[in-house]
Design a protein around this ligand. Structure first.
Ligand SMILES: [Zn+2]
Length: 243
């Protein structure tokens, strides 16, 4: 997608072209996705964005190869085999692709789910109620949550961007990663504690950024929410703790 840089870093001029990442984690108890990206209809038209059509320019390939289902399939994973999908939050660019993960249980913070019909979020187009209306099973969690009880995949409450935003810590043989989501859009968000102009609670947003800094100090590699420079290194070198 592309939109104003000032939406990521308050006060900055210009535009930013950035990735909308989705993740799949292979766990012995089944495939777990983190976030679902954009709705497939956005491959061929922008009407679905509603009020955000214009401020946000979607650049999904028109041949459909950019959707979560196509991306997972091209990486060798059957989207129908995704058992769980941890959603960092309910913004349209994180849950639009749920329609392509039909058999996944949604794992969401209870506070985020409770805010799904928030008038401002819905009227602004940030939440699209249709994105989450496919009848998925759902697990609502409150605060930090160890998904399998084995320490490999842990939801971390990092609210402030939205009412119940969460990040995801993943321990692998290659090291520990934290998928920040939108509590930390960019490396500069972290290094300069430079917040966006939007968010439901600025103090909590700052606390979330600092929590990510602590995770990093403890040895985790952070995967930022929408950082084009970091994504370039991931595309070039793969996902390593050197990011
Ligand atoms: Zn967001």
């Amino acid at each position: 997608m592309e939109s104003a840089l000032g939406g990521f870093l308050e006060g900055e001029a210009g535009t930013l072209r950035y990735p909308v990442p989705v993740f799949v984690i292979e766990h012995p108890r089944g495939l777990v996705a983190v976030d679902a990206g954009l709705h497939p209809d956005l491959s061929t038209g922008s009407e679905r964005l509603g009020p955000l059509d214009g401020p946000f320019r979607v650049q999904l390939p028109s041949d459909g190869t950019g959707t979560v289902g196509a991306q997972f399939a091209s990486a060798g994973f059957d989207p129908a085999e995704i058992r769980q999908v941890i959603v960092t939050h309910l913004h349209f660019d994180h849950v639009g692709g749920l329609v392509e993960l039909p058999n996944a249980r949604i794992v969401v913070q209870a506070a985020e789910w409770a805010a799904r019909n928030d008038e401002l979020m819905v009227s602004s187009g940030a939440y699209n109620p249709d994105d989450i209306a496919h009848g998925h099973d759902r697990l609502e969690v409150e605060g930090d949550h160890d998904l399998f009880g084995d320490g490999t995949i842990t939801c971390l409450l990092t609210d402030g961007h939205t009412a119940g935003h969460q990040s995801v810590r993943v321990r692998t043989e290659a090291g520990t990663f934290v998928i920040c989501g939108d509590c930390c859009y960019l490396r500069r968000t972290l290094l300069n504690e430079h917040l966006p102009p939007f968010g439901v609670n600025r103090d909590r947003q700052l606390a979330a950024v600092r929590r990510m800094a602590r995770e990093r100090a403890d040895g985790a590699a952070l995967i930022f929410g929408h950082d084009p420079a970091q994504w370039e290194t991931i595309e070039r070198d793969g996902l390593t703790t050197a990011i």
